[in-house]
Design a protein around this ligand. Structure first.
Ligand SMILES: Nc1ncnc2c1ncn2[C@@H]1O[C@H](COP(=O)(O)O)[C@@H](OP(=O)(O)O)[C@H]1O
Ligand SMILES: [Mg+2]
Length: 242
């Protein structure tokens, strides 16, 4: 199995596990569902990566950061449950599992599973979004929409579409449900690595909000802002927030 296939399989299987956890804990409180979802998906991914790629380093939202990754050539960057808040709210489908591979400076594979929608988007082949000629739809965090989103909305004469999970928002742009995703104010490498790998494979623009490249496997995994959009909107988006 190659790295692309492994990323897709692990994200999909972790997603199925999360659906079972959600069902098992349907009567529990939201905090318990959040904690169990994060932990069980993390444990599954760590065990699977240790079995399938024992030489590789891993950076996971739910694991202690092992500095060995900083001198490793291959690092899996995973978010076992992105959109934890939405996962805990029964009936919502805007949460995801992210599995990305970073190799010698670049993201080289990535998969975003959307378990409650029965879909996984994965490199290397991701279809470009279908044409859309109405007002651009700008995906933003439903719980922490950044102030810059309003500037982008004005510049593009668009509409804001709030939803949970960075992976779901990037998937929305890839699938033509939204046209732009902007975020600022805080996020980590695991929130965007796999979504950005998928977005690039679909031919989308990906960058920091100042237009500089997104760089992964840094000593500090804080990567607080990003833009993912159809290429034709990149200039307008960056002008609005630059
Ligand atoms: N200001 C902030 N600081 C830290 N993390 C943030 C953040 N805003 C969003 N995120 C993280 O980015 C992911 C998507 O957020 P949102 O749904 O609000 O768009 C979530 O990941 P997790 O669910 O994995 O924690 C969330 O925690
Ligand atoms: Mg996350």
């Amino acid at each position: 199995m190659n790295d692309h296939q492994l990323a897709a399989q692990l994200a999909t299987e972790a997603g199925r596990l999360l659906l079972r956890v959600r069902e098992e804990l349907a009567d529990a409180g939201e905090a318990e569902r959040k904690a169990a979802g994060d932990q069980r998906s993390h444990d599954f991914l760590m065990a699977a990566l240790a079995a399938e790629r024992p030489q590789d380093a891993v950076l996971s939202e739910e694991g202690a950061d092992n500095p060995v990754r900083l001198s490793a050539e291959r690092v899996w960057i995973v978010d076992p449950l992105d959109g934890t808040r939405e996962f805990s709210e029964l009936g919502r489908d805007d949460w995801a599992v992210h599995v990305a591979l970073w190799q010698s400076g670049e993201l080289t594979a990535g998969a975003v599973a959307l378990p409650a929608r029965g879909t996984t988007l994965a490199t290397p082949s991701v279809s470009a979004p279908p044409a859309h000629d109405a007002a651009p739809r700008i995906a933003v965090s439903r719980s922490r929409p950044p102030a810059i989103a309003e500037a982008v909305r004005e510049q593009l004469n668009g509409v804001l579409v709030p939803m949970g999970s960075a992976g779901v928002k990037v998937a929305a742009v890839v699938q033509g449900i939204a046209d732009v995703y902007v975020h600022a104010g805080g996020q980590y490498e695991w929130d965007s690595a796999a979504p950005v790998a998928v977005a690039r494979a679909a031919g989308l623009h990906t960058s920091r909000i100042d237009g500089s490249p997104l760089i992964y496997n840094r000593p500090d995994p804080l990567l607080p802002d990003l833009v993912v959009c159809r290429p034709e909107y990149a200039q307008g988006v960056l002008a609005a927030i630059g």
